[in-house]
Design a protein around this ligand. Structure first.
Ligand code: ADP
Ligand code: MG
Length: 253
């Protein structure tokens, strides 16, 4: 369970999060949506401890992050961030195995269980055949799937995803969402694609200029009026046979 209470964060004098609260109950898939620059990534960074909020507290299973070591929180929470592609010289399997590091003592090697989890994680993202490849030789979408495999290898209770389906083709977008949905984990994901938010999230928070402006189940929240208000786009939400699709028409001037 993840709870962020009243988070405020500024880059210098520029306030990017203003009293933001979100709650992800155990096993739920919570989406953070909003236009570019509305503060989604900054919110996630406060949750996964790259940034420290000026005000407010993040709780992981009821315990404040301030009371957990980074290693302790890493056992519970793993992250698929954006532009997280700095490990260029690594072989794929070594990179995915890094997900096991919160469970290891200094210099402790990997055991058979770790290798079993490695294969399971690579298989889940359809990348088992790429085990021996250099990460730097992968396409953007393949890299994204390997980063997810590393997050899975961590066997987390909570998964933080920053625009996880960027760079993925349609098949692998669906695969990634299916994998994530099939895990018994709590997910907080910044989601760029409103159709995905509509169809996969249990609950959404809609951000605008560093604040949560709307929140609720996506079927209640994502509608023509909210899309026009938040994204300045005229859209039509079409519901048919239990499916919902959003069609974008034009920019509202
Ligand atoms: P989103 O993920 O919703 O697109 P971000 O959280 O990345 O938004 O950014 C929110 C705002 O903070 C944007 O205006 C962005 O330019 C600004 N910002 C992000 N990172 C930094 C930084 N390191 N220094 C200064 N401003 C930043
Ligand atoms: Mg972002």
């Amino acid at each position: 369970m993840i709870k962020a209470n009243n988070l405020t964060f500024s880059y210098g004098d520029f306030r990017v999060l203003n009293d933001v609260s979100i709650h992800c109950k155990k096993g739920k898939f919570v989406g953070i949506i909003g236009p570019n620059g509305s503060g989604k990534s900054t919110l996630l960074k406060c949750i996964y401890r790259v940034l420290e909020p000026e005000l407010g507290t993040v709780y992981l299973n009821g315990t404040s992050l301030m009371d957990l070591s980074v290693k302790e929180s890493a056992k519970s929470m793993s992250v698929v961030a954006q532009h997280n592609h700095s490990h260029f010289d690594f072989v794929v399997e070594d990179m995915v195995l890094m997900g096991r590091s919160p469970y290891k003592k200094t210099m402790e090697g990997y055991n058979q269980d770790d290798f079993t989890i490695l294969d399971k994680s690579l298989n889940a993202v359809d990348m088992l055949d790429y085990k021996k490849r250099l990460f730097s030789t992968l396409s953007g979408g393949e890299m994204q799937r390997i980063i997810l495999a590393r997050a899975l290898c961590q066997e987390p209770e909570c998964l933080i995803l920053d625009e996880p389906t960027n760079h993925l083709d349609v098949k692998h977008q669906l695969m990634m969402l299916k994998v994530v949905k099939s895990l018994d984990v709590s997910v907080v994901a910044a989601i760029h694609d409103l159709n995905i938010a509509m169809n996969y999230c249990d609950y959404v928070y809609v951000m605008s200029q560093g604040k949560v402006k709307y929140h609720g189940p996506p079927q209640d929240i994502i509608n023509d009026a909210v899309i026009a208000d938040i994204f300045d786009v005229k859209a039509k939400v079409i519901k048919q046979d239990g499916e919902t699709a959003i069609v974008f028409k034009e920019v509202v001037s």
